[in-house]
Design a protein around this ligand. Structure first.
Ligand SMILES: NC(=O)c1ccc[n+]([C@@H]2O[C@H](COP(=O)([O-])OP(=O)(O)OC[C@H]3O[C@@H](n4cnc5c(N)ncnc54)[C@H](O)[C@@H]3O)[C@@H](O)[C@H]2O)c1
Length: 252
């Protein structure tokens, strides 16, 4: 069933979980801005959605840059209408054990995940509060609970949970909800890069991951997109400040 034609921005929407989410929200009937650092790839994802009968545009922007974020949100409002759905999905990894982690590894990860979600949410909430309706979903991770080699990433993903709860408290009275989705192991270029870094064939890496997942399979981008579809939907207005693990088993 098609939902109202609201406007959604999906950051990091060029590929992986972001692209699956952009496709899913477009199938839900939303007009989708696929925002990514990789502008050409964002445009390709948008073109594929349009070819399938959806409404989408590609937008190039770095979510950690305040001026680019402001310009991108303005552009979306101008071309599609006020963005009242925001999915903070853009992400990078710079894994290293603490003693080898550089300041640049730390700052890059904090910049994209935390500063990026802050800048995007601050820009988009102007439209949401004006409309009296909004949905913000930020991508946390099971790594928020700690993961070897990811001091930067786990700190950022845990930080996004606190960020989300605070947005829920501040924005609730404007009809805006904020939730976090925390995936476990999802098959994307990001996990492929991790397999490469540790020198394990990706198929073996997935098999090993599946053995420790109760549902015995790796997650797919579509698993995460389906959860985001619910949290950005019309019927989830009383669910706010939550962290939903999409990990094939219990985490808290
Ligand atoms: N894959 C997993 O197993 C997994 C698990 C938990 C959480 N996550 C999170 O889900 C999100 C998506 O992960 P994925 O696996 O699809 O990653 P991915 O690497 O496949 O895609 C990330 C996208 O973000 C974009 N991006 C990176 N920096 C950006 C910036 N500064 N501005 C705009 N766009 C930028 C990239 O260009 C890319 O298109 C990330 O936040 C990630 O941390 C992934």
């Amino acid at each position: 069933m098609s939902l109202p034609a609201r406007v959604a921005i999906v950051t990091g929407g060029a590929r992986g979980i972001g692209a699956a989410t952009a496709r899913r929200l477009a199938a839900d009937g939303r007009a989708v801005a696929v925002l990514d650092l990789a502008e050409a790839d964002a445009q390709k994802t948008a073109d594929a959605i349009t070819a399938d009968g959806g409404t989408a545009i590609g937008v190039g922007a770095d979510v950690s840059d305040a001026d680019q974020v402001a310009a991108a949100v303005d552009l979306v409002a101008e071309r599609l209408g006020p963005p009242t759905i925001l999915v903070n999905n853009a992400g990078v990894i710079r894994d290293n054990l603490l003693f080898r982690m550089t300041e640049s590894d730390w700052d890059t990860v904090m910049g994209v995940h935390l500063r990026g979600a802050f800048l995007m949410s601050r820009a988009a909430q102007t439209h949401m509060t004006a409309e009296g309706w909004g949905r913000i979903v930020s991508l946390s991770s099971s790594s928020a609970q700690g993961n070897r080699g990811q001091a930067n990433y786990s700190a950022a993903k845990a930080g996004l949970q606190g960020f989300t709860k605070t947005l829920a408290i501040e924005l609730g009275k404007f009809g805006v909800t904020a939730n976090a989705v925390a995936p476990g192991f999802i098959e994307t270029d990001m996990t492929r890069a991790t397999a490469e870094r540790v020198g394990v064939d990706f198929e073996d890496f997935k098999k090993a991951a599946a053995e420790s997942i109760p549902v015995r399979r790796p997650g797919r981008p579509e698993d995460v997109a389906a959860t985001i579809s619910f949290l950005t939907g019309e019927e989830s207005g009383f669910v706010s400040g939550q962290v939903i693990y999409v990990a094939g088993g219990p985490l808290d």
